[in-house]
Design a protein around this ligand. Structure first.
Ligand SMILES: [Zn+2]
Length: 245
């Protein structure tokens, strides 16, 4: 099995909040790690226009990825307008073809905003499809198969109706936490934007609080929680638990 992990999430900084500790552990274990976002974060500013903020945020995301030796990709869709349609799915499949992941992380199927839910559907469909010979003009990587697929926590661990999501897999990221925090801190533009938009000046603190809450459940300082996709044709064995239990 190839050791290639892909985080496919909606926005720059989602990977840092949801799975960067686990990605850091995978990088430590010799995995080739890729961090992709559907958008460049073009609505993530109250003062800069969409082109200026996109340039800033993709650079922040690339810097964060580089901290764990990961490669950053952007599908270049638009904030609020990530949709599950034919062109976007084709772009997603083509990206999967180039990366050839054996392990994929995406958003929870139900989350607080629709960009996350659409990205989740795109990742689920592309995971299933990218190994099919006729599905893309990008050459089919040797050994392409349906990857292990994990849904990250929805934001704050809550589905849109406020119910706490029950994980299948909880990964101890205590030792990796300083790197996860340093990666999030790369997104300097967002600390300011969230303060203006949500009246919340606790960008770093919100992440720490949630990781500590997930950690408490397994008796460690910090953890990240996942739900494994176990539908027909997807691998059912809990690869993450086997790697890090
Ligand atoms: Zn997001």
């Amino acid at each position: 099995m190839s050791k290639v992990a892909l985080s496919f999430l909606a926005h720059p900084d989602d990977a840092e909040f949801l799975c960067a500790g686990t990605l850091a552990r995978l990088a430590d274990a010799g995995w080739n790690v890729h961090i992709a976002t559907a958008t460049p974060g073009d609505c993530g500013s109250a003062t800069q226009d969409r082109w200026e903020i996109s340039a800033v945020r993709t650079q922040e995301a690339a810097r964060a990825a580089a901290m764990i030796g990961a490669t950053y990709h952007c599908l270049d869709e638009r904030d609020i307008f990530v949709v599950f349609d034919k062109p976007t799915l084709q772009k997603t499949i083509d990206l999967f073809r180039r990366v050839a992941p054996s392990l994929v992380f995406t958003h929870a199927p139900k989350d607080y905003m629709m960009d996350h839910e659409m990205a989740s559907m795109l990742a689920r469909a592309a995971s299933f499809a990218y190994g099919i010979p006729n599905v893309s003009e990008v050459p089919r990587p040797a050994g392409a198969a349906v990857p292990h697929l994990y849904y990250c926590d929805p934001i704050e661990g809550l589905d849109p109706l406020g119910k706490l999501v029950e994980p299948t897999t909880v990964i101890d990221v205590s030792k990796a936490y300083p790197r996860k925090a340093a990666m999030l801190a790369c997104h300097a533009s967002q600390r300011e934007w969230l303060r203006v938009h949500h009246g919340m000046d606790q960008y770093m603190e919100a992440m720490r609080r949630h990781a500590a809450e997930r950690g408490r459940a397994i008796g460690v300082d910090y953890a990240e929680a996942f739900v494994q996709h176990r539908g027909h044709a997807y691998p059912h064995d809990d690869l993450l638990a086997k790697l890090f239990a």
